[in-house]
Design a protein around this ligand. Structure first.
Ligand SMILES: NC(=O)c1ccc[n+]([C@@H]2O[C@H](COP(=O)([O-])OP(=O)(O)OC[C@H]3O[C@@H](n4cnc5c(N)ncnc54)[C@H](OP(=O)(O)O)[C@@H]3O)[C@@H](O)[C@H]2O)c1
Length: 314
């Protein structure tokens, strides 16, 4: 009946019906295409947001990291102010770094010294390496070489020195502080070298700095070797160190280490490297003075001409 009425109103009813259907299908397809375009625009906006947040991607894994000026300044100033404070406390109040010969007898939280040296120092190696591998860096050959010297020192300290040391068990609280310091300083030096340092380095200054760095590294390793050879495995007592730079100073290993970071600061010529050099001098310098006094008190025949830290001077 219904079909019949339409047939009467429109003789070509079936044709009209088909046209209407085709028209509505066409509109539906257009709406679908418009929805698809809108979804594509939304995806593009999301991609844009990701690019702004992390920078353009390279080879699918590395993200670009901008220089965080504030972070560099803050961490450097913590070292620049903290170093002299630690030095002043150690020298005026007779506070010492309470490990090795100064470990308190009541300290019960002691752990294996080999393990401690590895764990507490390794952040200074791993943090720069992780930064290097995970972020796109502007570092050229010069800056990579400088960061390489920093990593070389900590590779030796974490895996070679740690494995060979014959020191007594180590207090956990010192290890925790050293671990935090090494992580923080690894971040500071690594981030600065990879993302902030100027691309041009003065080649003469770099060469002189690297020369001092390697001279210091050799003195430090040799002096630690001389100390180690004063003991047989299992022994914990102290003898007068002789040979090498010990003929001039009681803290020959510390003198070597300070020379290393002085050379590094000269080569890098930056606030973070200078801050690290100052902080190191302020922490291990007073320790050399304490060791010197310890030897003078323990050994009546301790060489008179030997100084504490700097040959002929201090
Ligand atoms: N960059 C920094 O801020 C920093 C800070 C600390 C240390 N370090 C470096 O880490 C290394 C070790 O430092 P440290 O403070 O442990 O040096 P250390 O007090 O001179 O002791 C070094 C090792 O030699 C032993 N030793 C020292 N004097 C001895 C003697 N007269 N007779 C027999 N054995 C002796 C110690 O044993 P005991 O453990 O039993 O005393 C220890 O195993 C050094 O190269 C130093 O430069 C760097």
């Amino acid at each position: 009946m219904h079909t019949h009425t339409h047939t009467l109103l429109c003789p070509r009813w079936q044709e009209c019906q088909n046209r209407r259907q085709a028209h509505s299908e066409k509109r539906e397809r257009e709406r679908e295409r418009e929805r698809e375009r809108e979804r594509e625009r939304e995806r593009e906006r999301a991609r844009e947001r990701t690019r702004i947040y992390s920078g353009p991607r390279r080879e699918g894994t590395q993200t670009k990291m901008e220089c965080r000026e504030n972070l560099v300044q803050w961490l450097s100033w913590i070292l620049l102010l903290g170093g002299p404070l630690v030095c002043w406390l150690q020298l005026t109040t007779e506070r010492r770094m309470l490990y090795g010969r100064y470990t308190k007898s009541e300290d019960r939280c002691l752990v294996n010294t080999k393990l401690v040296w590895m764990i507490q120092e390794v952040p200074s190696l791993l943090v720069p390496l992780l930064l290097l591998l995970s972020t796109e860096s502007r570092a050229g050959v010069g800056r990579s070489l400088l960061l390489g010297t920093f990593c070389l020192h900590y590779f030796h300290r974490s895996f070679i020195y740690a494995w060979r040391t014959r020191g007594r068990p180590f207090p956990v609280h010192i290890a925790v502080k050293s671990f935090i310091f090494c992580g923080m300083n690894g971040l500071l030096q690594g981030h600065y070298q990879l993302h902030c340092a100027p691309s041009w380095q003065n080649p003469v200054r770099m060469a002189v700095g690297l020369l001092l760095f390697f001279a210091g590294l050799i003195i430090n390793i040799h002096s630690d070797h001389l100390l180690r050879s004063l003991r047989k495995p299992g022994e914990v007592h102290y003898r007068i160190p002789r040979g090498g730079m010990f003929e001039f100073v009681s803290g020959a290993n510390y003198f070597g280490e300070i020379l290393e970071w002085f050379g590094y600061a000269v080569a890098v010529w930056s606030l973070p490297a200078a801050a690290f050099f100052l902080f190191t001098s302020c922490t291990i310098g007073p320790r050399a003075i304490h060791h010197h006094r310890f030897y003078q008190q323990q050994f009546k025949d301790y060489p008179q001409s030997r100084r504490a830290l700097i040959p002929f001077l201090l």
